[in-house]
Design a protein. Structure first.
Lengths: 117, 113
């Protein structure tokens, strides 16, 4: 089945550091990928929709300059948390769907736990 | 407006018994899909079952079945013969045609030995 790989799984870094998270579709091409943020015991909050070859579409309230998304190829989207601060600590998870397949589930990466000290 | 509602923040079930996790949704689109995902404490999202709005029969996948009541706009997940490994958070999601998914707030299921 379709697989999405997300790296790294864990990141611990100092405040002010920029952190890049990669999301790769391993056996299919994904023109669209989604980035979510999740706090403990809460639902997934959609941050942005990543579109290959064009600018990402951000959800209301998400800072574009803070969370940079690049979707440079059909198999790779990256989320960069710029100048991260403790309040950015969270679980970030990406997903992709097979195009034109509304009856197909989202394929999720395993997520990245980000801790900013 | 909340499109997906999961009214049970937490549920307990005895091992080997069945449990129903509730999900109601709201849409005016005639074409949509309903999904259930499981999220263990490790964090990964695991797809369980899918129900299309035009499907006549309730979906089943092994121990998982979806009680789809279209008129009531409900899509409850039934887990039969619960196992300790079923302890996790469960999310109901809906995707309207050509649109992005909407997730419920989730239900934390705890299976007691």
């Amino acid at each position: 089945g379709a697989v999405v790989s997300q790296h790294p799984s864990w990141v611990i870094c100092k405040s002010g550091t920029s952190v890049k998270i990669e999301c790769r579709s391993l056996d299919f091409q994904a023109t669209t990928m989604f980035w979510y943020r999740q706090f403990p015991k809460q639902s997934l909050m959609l941050m942005a929709t990543s579109n290959e070859g064009s600018k990402a579409t951000y959800e209301q309230g998400v800072e574009k300059d803070k969370f940079l998304i690049n979707h440079a190829s059909l198999t790779l989207s990256t989320l960069t948390v710029t100048s991260a601060h403790p309040e950015d600590s969270s679980f970030y998870i990406c997903s992709a769907i097979l195009e034109g397949r509304d009856n197909q589930p989202q394929h999720f990466g395993d997520g990245t736990r980000l801790s900013i000290l | 407006a909340q499109k997906i509602t999961q009214t049970q923040p937490g549920m307990f079930v005895q091992e080997k018994e069945a449990v129903t996790l509730d999900c109601t949704y709201d849409t005016s689109d005639p074409s949509y899909g309903l999904f259930w995902y499981k999220q263990p404490s490790s964090g990964e999202m695991i797809f369980l079952i899918y129900q299309g709005s035009y499907d006549q029969q309730n979906a089943t996948e092994g121990r998982y079945s979806l009680n789809f009541q279209k008129a009531r706009k409900s899509a409850n997940l039934v887990i039969s013969a619960s196992q300790l490994g079923d302890s996790a958070m469960y999310f109901c999601a809906m995707r309207e045609e050509g649109s992005k998914s909407t997730f419920g707030d989730g239900t934390t299921l705890t299976v007691k030995p």
